[in-house]
Design a binder for this molecule. Structure first.
Ligand code: ATP
Length: 478
């Protein structure tokens, strides 16, 4: 739901400038992902399962690197933030107290003839409705909305709860129902006291977590943009109530936008969008989305929320446990407020993939490359023989690769001519290629080729690992 007024507040030019997407069609990314082994449809041999995707050999490297980059920025480089890995299954009372059982729902409409179901705010003509409109039972009639599939009549909207359920233990009855967590945040709140006591942190401090979440989305789609099983990267920052929370919010919002830029997303394809008051989630005092210009429009990449004391208060009340913080300096007891940064690991991975895509003409041929930040690239280096018929060349390649592999992901390939081998590595984002040729056997030097500039340089074999590690260090610093 777009609120131009709110956008204008945060970024006066946001509405005027549309940089356009990095790729005109999503299909380009979907087919590259499948062809090169980044992302596959889940259970494909059985026809797939809607909105679940599997990461192939290159995809898992990319996504792990995205998660590592997030962890580095959010935990490793920060003294006041610690990590957590809570269970996917939690006591069912958690979801009652958090408000999810009561109100974690989307407005659903159903076609009377074809029985297809849609999320109301994703129907053509209803994308910009306010929350008040979305809750209006007469809205379908008022706007004359029809089924996009067969033009059939649509039902009035009803709320559809997005939580997936399963049974815990051998008896499948009501009492055994548990939920697959729809967000990782609650695992952090219920561990707030454990973490604070064991890590001896004083506010402001944060707890970060990466993990799976599940949502029975009504209309999933756009590849891995909206899935039913996905991963979140969330950080909850505990602060003094009121002003301190507002100030922490204003610090975290630009930091989170800067993170995407640090790892290579084009700044013009990022913008901020503030939620209108009637759009705010039940827990939120303020919410701003970091949005990315996807091929299918500006969409949420991450949410930054001021959640007040909603979560800890609710859990204190429902559990009967004291979740207050004692500030020894002021001798006050209070429930901290929370500023949350909530990102999707899959959505971020997808964004880095889309934004890195390049096509250019090189000597009459189209060169496709992924200009991924080297930290995110699945392989950091490929070692390639110019002549695979010469055993000494192949042997030297393997020695160089084995040495590199102790520190970074490295790959050897000899299944095509050197030109093709370079193109293949360009297409999967490998930042550097090392080529061993006949001269290497004489002069003990090899060629290092840069993915983006295609520049080539001769370096001694003994200096290959240092050259790669120095280049990685340079991009990490800068
Ligand atoms: P939307 O309005 O798109 O449904 P949301 O506002 O419900 O998203 P949050 O609950 O704030 O999303 O979730 C935080 C982040 O988790 C999102 O910014 C997104 O990156 C990720 N995320 C949420 N739902 C999905 C999903 N179904 N598939 C993939 N990632 C998701």
């Amino acid at each position: 739901m777009t609120d131009p007024a709110a956008n204008a507040d945060l970024d006066p030019l946001a509405e005027e400038r549309d940089p356009g997407p990095a790729v005109p069609s999503l299909e380009t990314i979907v087919s590259l992902s499948k062809r090169r082994g980044f992302i596959f449809s889940s259970s494909e041999i059985y026809g797939g399962i809607n909105a679940v995707w599997d990461y192939g050999p290159l995809g898992v490297e990319l996504k792990n690197n995205v998660k590592r980059a997030w962890w580095r920025t959010m935990v490793q480089e920060r003294d006041e933030i610690v990590g957590l890995d809570a269970g996917i299954l939690m006591a069912p009372q958690v979801w009652v107290a958090s408000g999810h059982v009561g109100s974690f729902s989307d407005p659903l409409v159903e076609c009377a003839t074809c029985r297809r179901r849609y999320r109301l705010d994703e129907l053509p003509g209803a994308e910009s409705l306010s929350a008040t409109d979305l809750a209006d039972p007469g809205i379908v009639e008022r706007l004359g909305l029809r089924c996009p599939n067969d033009d059939g009549p649509l039902s009035p909207p009803r709320r559809f709860n997005l939580m997936l359920k399963t049974f815990l233990g051998p008896v499948e009855d009501e009492a055994a129902i548990v939920y697959l967590r729809p967000e990782t945040a609650q695992g952090i709140y219920v561990n707030f006291r454990n973490v604070r006591e064991t890590s001896r942190k004083k506010i402001p401090f944060g707890i970060a977590q990466i993990g799976k979440a599940f949502r029975n989305e009504i209309s999933p789609g756009n590849f891995v943009f909206r899935m039913r099983e996905f991963e979140q990267m969330e950080m909850q920052y505990f602060v003094r109530p009121g002003e301190a929370a507002a100030a922490a919010f204003e610090e975290w919002l630009p930091r989170r936008r800067a993170w995407y830029e640090r790892y290579g997303v084009t700044p013009a394809r990022l913008r901020l969008r503030e939620h209108a008051p009637d759009e705010l989630a039940h827990y939120a005092k303020k919410a701003v989305d970091v949005e990315y210009r996807f091929p299918f429009g500006w969409k949420e990449l991450e949410g930054v929320h001021n959640r007040g004391d909603f979560d800890l208060s609710r859990h204190q009340e429902a559990s009967g446990e004291n979740l207050e913080y004692f500030d020894p300096a002021t001798e006050e007891h209070f429930i901290p407020w929370v500023v949350e940064t909530s990102a999707g690991a899959d959505r971020a991975t997808f964004t880095f993939l889309i934004d890195a895509y390049r096509e250019e003409e090189v000597r009459g041929e189209t060169r496709v490359s992924l200009a991924l930040h080297p930290e995110l690239a699945p392989y950091k280096v490929a070692v390639l023989p110019l002549l695979k018929k010469r055993p000494e060349i192949v042997e030297l390649c393997h020695r160089i690769k084995a040495d590199l592999q102790r520190d970074v992901m490295a790959v050897y390939d000899d299944t095509a001519s050197i030109g093709k081998l370079y193109r293949r590595q360009d297409e999967i984002g490998t930042p550097w290629c090392i080529t061993v040729d006949v001269d290497s056997l004489e002069d003990g030097a090899v060629t290092i080729r840069d993915r983006d500039s295609m520049a080539q340089e001769r370096i001694p074999v003994a200096g290959v690992k240092r050259a790669i590690l120095d280049r990685l260090e340079a991009v990490r610093a800068g």
